[in-house]
Design a protein around this ligand. Sequence first.
Ligand code: HEM
Length: 419
Amino acid sequence: MSELNKMPREEGMDHSVSLLREGYMFIPNRRQSLQSDVFETRLLGQKAICMGGKEAAEIFYDHDKFKRAGAAPKRVQQTLFGEKGVQSLDGKVHLHRKNMFMSLMSEVAIKRFVEMNRDEWKKAVDTWLGMDDVILYEEAKKLLCKTACKWAGVPLSSEGLDNRVGELASLFESPSAIGPEHWKGRHNRNQAEKWIGELVEQVREGEILPDEQAALYVISMHKDLEGKLLNTEVAAVEVINILRPIVAIAIYINFTALALHQFPEQKEKLASADDEFMQMFIQEVRRFYPFFPFAAARVKEDFEWKDYTFKKETLTLLDLYGTNHDPGLWDNPSVFNPERFKEQEDSLKFSLIPQGGGSYHDGHRCPGEWITIEAMKVCVDFLVNRISYQIPDQDLSYSLVSIPSIPKSQIKIERIKRK
Ligand code: HEM
């Protein structure tokens, strides 16, 4: 290999500690200092390629070049993802499993989700009216957990609610944690898989009969390419792949409330806005605030790109946060400006990537993107049009180091009234 096509490289034995210290900015910092959208480093004791930007996203989602098997670190599988779920599959097996997820996201199903979610917001607001103040993040997790279980056909008693919210939330609150927090995440994954695994078996035995369109039923009865039911653990992992991220939308609810507070002029516009502006505002919340820093894959076969060699099996991280803030793609990326999305939707497939990029059906892009956006619309409608509230003094800052980032105070709201 000539000097000319050596990938820019970060020197040193291992940079896992810097990744923990720099969080969302680990890849963007190096893209800037090395003046390159692709560079080589060492993470978790192995060579790793990091890349960001639209062209990098295009290539990352080319499944002739990258695969997911073996990409997610064990500790992330033990908490966030679970083992043998759709995230870790490739090729035909992935396509088949992904079709199962996509079948849950029909227009009718999403409409049902929105109605259930609205209903839970109404009930939540009824209880907030009698309270001095509420912590929005905690309340949002609860109302989303109720919506998620109802929508997915998962029975949930009101006594069991707090435990289940705690279990599901700890899966996404702990993926990068070390020590006790990591062990708490692992324990909660075991508990959640036991809970859902038992329900899967009850569905299969005909002891409970959820709606046949609901995730619990569809996943319990799904057959793999060989015509076999998924084993119980894997079915539980996939049902949790629906419940957990719906509860995680609470993070975006917090950032939505923060945006309404930080940019009051947007709140005013939203009060009389049509659906188009609402959509633009939500896209900007998803672009602007941090959620997942990167997605991980491994090189499938040796290939060359931009004169650089990508060696088979190399761990490769795509910079999601940095691509959403890439100055080459966005004018003034650090300015909150929903107007930037006017007539732009078609060209966003590889540039607005908080939930991954590329194709939903044959790629790994998040199948829950519509649900996320719709849940955020319901939230905006309540926070802007249906209730008034005050935000007392508190620490509204959020970190670009801890993953996932959540405003420090988790947003306390008080003097809540119906409008
Ligand atoms: C809370 C906001 C959400 C964020 C920020 C988010 C983000 C992501 C990201 C970054 C990926 C990985 C993309 C990749 O690997 O290239 C993903 C995949 C996935 N998401 Fe979401 N997601 C959210 C909500 C949801 C919801 C509501 C659901 C389901 C109802 C969901 C289900 C999934 C599943 C099943 C996958 C794996 C897809 C595959 O591997 O083919 N997510 N999401």
